[in-house]
Ligand binder design. Structure first.
Ligand SMILES: NC(=O)c1ccc[n+]([C@@H]2O[C@H](COP(=O)([O-])OP(=O)(O)OC[C@H]3O[C@@H](n4cnc5c(N)ncnc54)[C@H](O)[C@@H]3O)[C@@H](O)[C@H]2O)c1
Length: 376
């Protein structure tokens, strides 16, 4: 049995709890991988901290994360806190010598990302990655295999999107993700951007230019008392890039990050169009990938049902459907595997990729405010 990785969690909200659930269903993985055991939980909010009392492994509870970092039992940290805290908290985690899986966007802005990378440069022994789970859908991994085999041929165009619609409810109370002070100038791009970038960056598709369209469609939202307060963040972003891949193909690459996309709950769409083959994936049809087959001189769209053929094998039969919480299980399996030097065919988003993401999003802000195409 592999030695577990002893984790502390900073931020016991939405994503902190998802990780707790992953750590408790580790037996779902068929391979013998080091289990993330959450020994410590830290949150300013007592109710969120107390939620972790139902996790059998968790025996230390903190409101001050620095106290948690002083605990020698904590070997690695999963950190899921608001964006304006990333630079300070991630850097403190790294300087305490703890391995880190930080959440996106890995710093509120480019300067924050560089601050975290400075701490990393001082502590090369610490393993650091950023969370991003959607590429772990088996249908997306099929797309990755086709791409790496060269099945697409010359790339014509690519599109990567994530679309929410809960903000279509204008009475939805504001939260930190809609406040510039906690979410930063990127708005929806900081929240959603990495979900559109992990796959293309890993495949070597990099933007050379960006032209951005940003929209703040709802400038006020109710606070907890129902009073209207400013909602200053971008709701929707459309980035049209000229991209280049390792083969030297230059092609339009569209990245869409939308909080106001009618009818979408958390719809992730990945599309790659090539001269030899095209393929598209949507979490609306998570089990399958659509791809073109040549029929003489024409192309026909086919739907291949992929099922549960995961990167890390699970006890679930391959005929069954795959979902969001399964993608998180696969992502954490990738993190602990890479941390322990085990085989990891598709690793988590790297700090170098996070830097590239920040450079792109910073250029997108510049493009929109100056109404011009910005070179990267
Ligand atoms: N990977 C994904 O799919 C995904 C989805 C949602 C959010 N996220 C990311 O996860 C992070 C957190 O988002 P969330 O949705 O879980 O937010 P959340 O608001 O649900 O949780 C954040 C938690 O951090 C706590 N917190 C705030 N300041 C703290 C401090 N100084 N010390 C300890 N705890 C503190 C809050 O009390 C809260 O419980 C963000 O970076 C966000 O972008 C990722």
């Amino acid at each position: 049995m592999s030695q577990p990785v002893r984790f502390g969690v900073i931020g016991c909200g939405l994503m902190g709890r998802e990780f707790a659930s992953v750590s408790m269903r580790w037996l779902h993985l068929a391979a013998d991988l080091p289990r993330p055991v959450i020994v410590a939980a830290c949150d300013l909010n007592q109710a969120n901290r107390d939620w972790f009392r139902q996790v059998p492994d968790t025996k230390y509870f903190y409101s001050d994360y620095k106290e948690m970092l002083a605990n020698p039992e904590v070997e690695a940290v999963y950190c899921a806190v608001p964006h304006h805290l990333h630079a300070q908290v991630y850097s403190d985690v790294i300087r305490a010598g703890k391995h880190l899986l930080g959440e996106k966007p890995f710093g509120m802005d480019l300067a924050a990302c560089e601050t975290i990378r400075q701490a990393m440069a001082e502590h090369p022994e610490v393993f650091v990655r950023c969370a991003s789970e959607f590429p772990y859908y088996p249908a997306v991994q099929q797309m990755v295999r086709w791409y790496r085999e060269g099945a697409f041929g010359q790339i014509i165009e690519a599109r990567f999107a994530i679309k929410h619609s809960s903000d279509m409810d204008l009475n939805k109370p504001i939260n930190w993700k809609r406040m510039r002070a906690a979410n930063g100038d990127y708005g929806c791009m900081g929240d959603l951007g990495i979900h559109t970038q992990h796959l293309p960056f890993r495949l070597g598709m990099f933007p050379r230019t960006v032209s951005a369209q940003l929209a703040n469609l709802v400038p006020t939202r109710p606070n907890e008392k129902g009073e209207p307060v400013p909602c200053e963040t971008w709701d929707n972003a459309l980035l049209l890039c000229e991209a280049q891949n390792d083969a030297g193909d230059r092609f339009p690459m569209q990245l869409e990050m939308k909080r106001m996309a009618p009818g979408c709950t958390n719809t992730v769409e990945y599309e790659i169009y090539g001269l030899k083959m095209s393929a598209k994936f949507s979490t609306d049809d998570p089990n399958a990938i659509r791809y073109t087959q040549a029929v003489g001189r024409e192309q026909a769209w086919a739907r291949l049902v992929v099922g549960q053929k995961t990167l890390y094998p699970t006890i679930t039969g391959s005929i069954f459907e795959f979902g969001f919480s399964d993608s998180l299980l696969q992502m954490f399996a990738a993190f602990v595997s890479e941390l322990r030097g085990l085989d990891c065919p598709f690793g988590c988003f790297t700090p170098d990729e996070a830097l590239r993401s920040h450079q792109l999003l910073t250029a997108a802000l510049e493009s929109y405010t100056q109404r011009r195409v910005v070179e990267l």
